[in-house]
Design a protein around this ligand. Structure first.
Ligand SMILES: NC(=O)C1=CN([C@@H]2O[C@H](COP(=O)(O)OP(=O)(O)OC[C@H]3O[C@@H](n4cnc5c(N)ncnc54)[C@H](O)[C@@H]3O)[C@@H](O)[C@H]2O)C=CC1
Ligand SMILES: O=C(O)[C@@H]1CCC=N1
Length: 263
C-alpha cells in the first residue's frame, strides 16, 4: 500500500512518523511532495521515503492520497491534480480543517472516494485522536482506511456537523494542554525549580492523568475528588483555580477555536 502526501508539513510528518513507528507502511511506500523542494526532499531522503517531483506525481504513484496542505491551498492543489486524478481516481483523505465533504467534492470536480480525516499531532507517538467521515464512494475502502488510522492511536466515525467541536477538543487541544503544562511548570519555577525539572514533573503528571481519565469509567471530577483529601492541598488549589476562571477560560478557548473553524 503506497500512501501519498500532498504537503509535507507538521501534520503530514506526524502521520508519517506514526505509520513508520507502527510499521504500517514501508518507508519507500510513503510518497511526498511539498511546497518547498529544499524542505521536503531532504526530509524524504532522511526517512527513506519517495520524493515525488509534483503533486500530480503523488497521485500517479500512490494508492491513496492524503491532502495535507493548509485549507486555502486545497482548492488550487485539487485543480492542479485534476487530470492526474481523472486518470487515476485514488481515494482522497483530506486533513483540511473547515472543509466538508461537499466542498471537497466540488473542488475535486469528479466522483472520488473522499474521507475527511481530522487527526492531532499525537499520531506521531501512535497516541492520536482522529475523527473521520466518508462519502458513499469511499465506503468500500473505509475499513482499510480506519485500520490504518487505528495504527496511529484511537479513531472514531463522527458526523460532519461535529467536526468543528472535534478540532477544538482534539486537533487543537494539544496546544492547550501544552499551555497548561507550561503554566504548571512556570509556577514550579516561581517556587525555585529549574524550568527543565518543573516541565518534566508537570508533563509526567499530565500524561498519567490523561491515561487515567482515558481509561477510567469515572468522570474527571470523580477522579479529582479522589485526589482532593478533606481539608487538604488539592481542594485549596482547585478552588483558587476555579475562582481565577479556569473553566470559563478553557470554554472560551474552545468557543474561539470552533468559531475560527466555521469561518
Ligand atoms: N498541525 C496540526 O496539529 C493539525 C493540522 N491539521 C490540518 O492539516 C493540514 C496541514 O497542516 P500543517 O501540517 O500543520 O501545516 P504546515 O504549514 O506545517 O504544512 C503545510 C504543507 O503544505 C505545503 N504546501 C504549500 N503549498 C503547497 C502546494 N501547492 N503543493 C504541495 N504542498 C504545498 C507546505 O510546503 C507545507 O509542507 C491543514 O489543513 C490543517 O488544518 C489538522 C489537524 C491537526
Ligand atoms: O491550528 C490549526 O489550524 C490546525 C488545525 C488543528 C490543529 N492545527
Amino acid at each position: 500500500m503506497k500512501i501519498g502526501f500532498i504537503g509535507a508539513g507538521n501534520m503530514a510528518r506526524a502521520i508519517i512518523a506514526g505509520l513508520l513507528k507502527a510499521k504500517a507502511v514501508a518507508p519507500a511506500d510513503i510518497i511526498v511532495h511539498g511546497g518547498h523542494a529544499a524542505n521536503y526532499q531532504p526530509y524524504a531522503e532522511r526517512i527513506g521515503a519517495t520524493a515525488a517531483a509534483s503533486n500530480a506525481a503523488v497521485v500517479e504513484q500512490a494508492d491513496w492520497v492524503v491532502l495535507a496542505v493548509a485549507p486555502p491551498v486545497g482548492k488550487p492543489v485539487l485543480r492542479e491534480v485534476h487530470e492526474a486524478l481523472a486518470k487515476h481516481p485514488r481515494p482522497l483523505l483530506s486533513l483540511l480543517t473547515g472543509v466538508d465533504l461537499k466542498t471537497l467534492a466540488a473542488w475535486a470536480d469528479q466522483p472520488l472516494p473522499l474521507v475527511r480525516v481530522m487527526p492531532n499531532l499525537n499520531v506521531a507517538l501512535n497516541a492520536g485522536m482522529t475523527a473521520y467521515a466518508a462519502n458513499a464512494a469511499a465506503q468500500p475502502v473505509l475499513p482499510a482506511v480506519v485500520a490504518l488510522l487505528n495504527t496511529l492511536g484511537e479513531s472514531m466515525a463522527l458526523p460532519e456537523a461535529d467536526f468543528s467541536t472535534f478540532v477544538a477538543l482534539a486537533g487543537s487541544s494539544p496546544a492547550f494542554v501544552y499551555m497548561f503544562i507550561d503554566a504548571l511548570s512556570r509556577a514550579g519555577v516561581k517556587y525555585g525549580l529549574t524550568k527543565q525539572v518543573a516541565t518534566k514533573i508537570a508533563a509526567q503528571a499530565v500524561m498519567g492523568s490523561g491515561l487515567m481519565a482515558a481509561q477510567s469509567t469515572e468522570s474527571p471530577m470523580d477522579l479529582a475528588d479522589q485526589v482532593a483529601s478533606p481539608g487538604g492541598t488539592t481542594v485549596a488549589g482547585m478552588l483558587a483555580m476555579a475562582a481565577a476562571g479556569f473553566m470559563p477560560a478553557v470554554v472560551a478557548g474552545v468557543d474561539a477555536t470552533i468559531a475560527k473553524d466555521r469561518e
